[in-house]
Ligand binder design. Structure first.
Ligand SMILES: *[C@@H]1O[C@H](CO)[C@@H](O)[C@H](O)[C@H]1NC(C)=O
Ligand SMILES: *[C@@H]1O[C@H](CO)[C@@H](O)[C@H](O)[C@H]1NC(C)=O
Ligand SMILES: *[C@@H]1O[C@H](CO)[C@@H](O)[C@H](O)[C@H]1NC(C)=O
Ligand SMILES: *[C@@H]1O[C@H](CO)[C@@H](O)[C@H](O)[C@H]1NC(C)=O
Ligand SMILES: *[C@@H]1O[C@H](CO)[C@@H](O)[C@H](O)[C@H]1NC(C)=O
Ligand SMILES: *[C@@H]1O[C@H](CO)[C@@H](O)[C@H](O)[C@H]1NC(C)=O
Ligand SMILES: *[C@@H]1O[C@H](CO)[C@@H](O)[C@H](O)[C@H]1NC(C)=O
Ligand SMILES: *[C@@H]1O[C@H](CO)[C@@H](O)[C@H](O)[C@H]1NC(C)=O
Length: 592
């Protein structure tokens, strides 16, 4: 009897040990607009993982997420948070311009005496590119490559000003060799100069040595996203190839010396979901890191589009997959899917430091007096001065938006010429969600004054439900001839819908209103509005389809805008819209 009990206890323990040997987790780890991930593990910074991702025209740019277990990620800062770091982000042209593919690295600095609060003694480095994607491929001014660094990524303002360096390409990545020499590797614009380029770089001055061409990849389209790792006496050069669409893949070559020759892996591509029916497509642009236990992982970008690649409004997201990398061997990547089993995670799940929200958190924002804008809210390009006011005098617990002349489409649909578009949003991070915002429209005065909520991808892809003043001969409650309407408008490359609805009985320009936007299911968003204090009177004024918001390199944002729609003679700040009680409730991830 005793033996039996002992026996089953052992069996039970055996089972537990096997179960606890690995973890099951779900992808994406950073859902929504978080493409081109680059992640590191920093043991000396309290065993913390850090990730950076591309932000394109969004500002603040380059969100930095941190985690202790690779699963629960908190936004701890934005590497580009000061407008004067990068003034030209205000005047980019095209939706695909802006910040591309930061590489995040950490380097211990043994010469530094004091220790930062978090523990680390070293510096965090980012190399990245501000891209002017409207310029010709062979125009060097298309690519503004630069390096920034900090000794405390929890403090957004601590990132240094950029040290610019000249390189006619993008996706630049830093590598420190054992002798302390720093190298930068990047991708030349493939239509002009195929291939990957490497040079030594002085991080203080941006001076680079002669460029070398270690590898061109396996022949796939657009060899890019290079990273170098040194392991077991080899330099491993990992690339993305195939373009960032359905043919995307991860390839690798290695060499005994950094200058080459590089020998391609015998089984390239090492990771791809190309030619599969998986929901998670476009897997590529990977980075490799080791966890607390020394096990390897890859992060990569992926699009939840399925192979028909039509419906993916959240764009390119960050996924995680385990890697087995034995001594002297090539790494073996587990294919990416929604639910994966991989190496055991650390049991430490919370991060006490860091002011931003966890990626899966809801928003309940009230904009209290003397608070800053929450870290996860972004604008499209640099904000104009004094446009977003938190609890200004007379409007406690509100956000006051000073209107822009330009609406979200702007005059040409691709640029603002520095004039700004009044918009503040958060990334859609859940397949299903409900967003609500209280809006006080009583400050609208003139024709085409409009305040509303948008699901915004880029200037030519957005759906908006606004409250707008328009002329109407029998208009009642504003200037003669002007009446308020709900207006639902959508742009999907071209204008696709514009519908006007008179205010329902009992609702006037002085009625506090609420706007509610929902991702109802995998394919549809709904846009509703009604009196704040009588929610049962909410009416749905329009729907948008996810495939109408699927395009390009970025993912959807949701949040309010205020504009005079280009009204002749109007100026920025023509009216102030008071909004508040911003909520975003996650309602599910679709991962299969
Ligand atoms: C390190 O992490 C632990 C566990 O999350 C936390 O309690 C502690 O405050 C952290 N230390 C520092 C210096 O941040
Ligand atoms: C890469 O391609 C260019 C242009 O075809 C060629 O000149 C160069 O030798 C190639 N580099 C390598 C390392 O194969
Ligand atoms: C996918 O299939 C196409 C057509 O057969 C092929 O050309 C391509 O190389 C495949 N891609 C990958 C990454 O296997
Ligand atoms: C744990 O995950 C790793 C990485 O995917 C895999 O190689 C290993 O076989 C798994 N172990 C178990 C016990 O499932
Ligand atoms: C915005 O404010 C900053 C800091 O006060 C100032 O340097 C800049 O010139 C202002 N920009 C405009 C367009 O007024
Ligand atoms: C999603 O919601 C829309 C709007 O209610 C509806 O027309 C569509 O059939 C729904 N799709 C699915 C798959 O349920
Ligand atoms: C944006 O404003 C322009 C005028 O500047 C106007 O023609 C256009 O209809 C507006 N469109 C949208 C969808 O915002
Ligand atoms: C937020 O909601 C409360 C309760 O309905 C309301 O009193 C307050 O005015 C709202 N705030 C804003 C800015 O609309």
């Amino acid at each position: 009897m005793a033996n039996t009990i002992l026996g089953s206890t052992f069996m039970l323990l055996g089972c537990l040990a096997m179960v606890s040997a690995n973890n099951t987790y779900s992808n994406p780890i950073l859902p929504g607009f978080h493409p081109d991930p680059s992640c590191i593990f920093v043991p000396s910074w309290n065993d913390t993982y850090f990730c950076a991702s591309s932000s394109f025209n969004a500002f603040p740019g380059i969100p930095i997420h941190a985690s202790r277990d690779l699963q629960n990620w908190k936004l701890i800062g934005n590497a580009i948070s000061k407008p004067d770091m990068l003034p030209r982000l205000a005047t980019t042209v095209k939706h695909t311009s802006g910040i591309w593919a930061p590489t995040l690295r950490y380097q211990e600095d043994t010469n530094r005496g004091h220790q930062k609060s978090g523990g680390g003694k070293g510096r965090f480095w980012i190399s990245t590119t501000l891209v002017f994607d409207d310029r010709a491929s062979d125009d060097l001014s298309r690519w503004d490559n630069f390096v920034i660094s900090t000794d405390d990524p929890f403090d957004s303002d601590s990132w240094t000003d950029p040290v610019h360096f000249q390189f006619g390409g993008y996706d630049t990545s830093l590598f420190w060799d054992d002798d302390g020499q720093v190298y930068v590797t990047g991708s030349h614009e493939y239509k002009v100069w195929p291939g990957i380029q490497t040079a030594t770089i002085d991080l203080q001055t941006g001076q680079t040595g002669p460029w070398e061409n270690p590898w061109n990849g396996t022949g796939g389209l657009a060899p890019e996203g290079p990273h170098i790792y040194k392991k077991d006496g080899y330099y491993y050069l990992m690339l993305a190839e195939g373009g960032t669409g359905l043919g995307h893949m991860v390839t690798m070559a290695r060499s005994r010396g950094i200058h080459g020759p590089y020998e391609p892996a015998p089984h390239n591509p090492l990771l791809t979901n190309a030619n599969t029916t998986a929901l998670f497509q476009t897997v590529g642009h990977a980075d490799l890191l080791q966890d607390t236990h020394g096990n390897w992982w890859a992060v990569a970008l992926s699009t939840r589009s399925g192979p028909d690649f039509k419906n993916y409004p959240m764009g390119r997201e960050t996924v995680l997959t385990p890697v087995t990398w034995s001594k002297g061997d090539w790494p073996i990547f587990q294919p990416v899917s929604g639910v994966e089993s991989g190496w055991k995670f650390s049991s430490e799940s919370t991060l006490s430091e860091g002011e931003g929200p966890y990626i899966q958190a809801a928003d309940h924002l009230h904009f209290p007096p003397n608070s800053a804008l929450p870290l996860h809210l972004v604008h499209w390009r640099l904000p104009t001065n004094d446009t977003y006011l938190v609890s200004p005098h007379g409007h406690a617990n509100s956000l006051v938006l000073r209107s822009s002349v330009l609406n979200l489409t702007s005059f040409d649909g691709i640029s603002t010429r520095g004039e700004g578009q009044t918009f503040i949003g958060r990334r859609q991070t859940d397949s299903l969600f409900t967003y609500t915002l209280d809006v006080n429209p009583s400050n609208l005065h003139e024709e085409e004054d409009e305040v509303g909520v948008s699901v915004f991808l880029v200037e030519t892809y957005h759906f908006d439900l606004g409250i707008v003043l328009l002329s109407q001969s029998d208009g009642a409650d504003t200037s003669p001839g002007i009446a308020p309407f709900f207006r639902f408008r959508g742009m999907s490359g071209v204008p696709v819908t514009e519908t006007l609805f008179p205010f329902p009985p009992g609702v006037s320009i002085n009625t506090p209103l609420s706007i509610e936007v929902k991702a109802l299911n995998w394919t549809h968003y709904s846009f509703a509005a009604g009196p704040r204090d009588a929610r049962h009177l909410m009416q749905t004024y329009g729907f948008a389809r996810g495939d109408q918001l699927s395009w390009g390199f970025t993912g959807t944002l949701v949040g309010p805008y205020a504009t005079t729609n280009g009204r002749e003679g109007s100026e920025n700040g023509a009216f102030e819209a008071v909004v508040g009680n911003w909520t975003y409730i996650p309602q599910g991830q679709i991962i299969n």
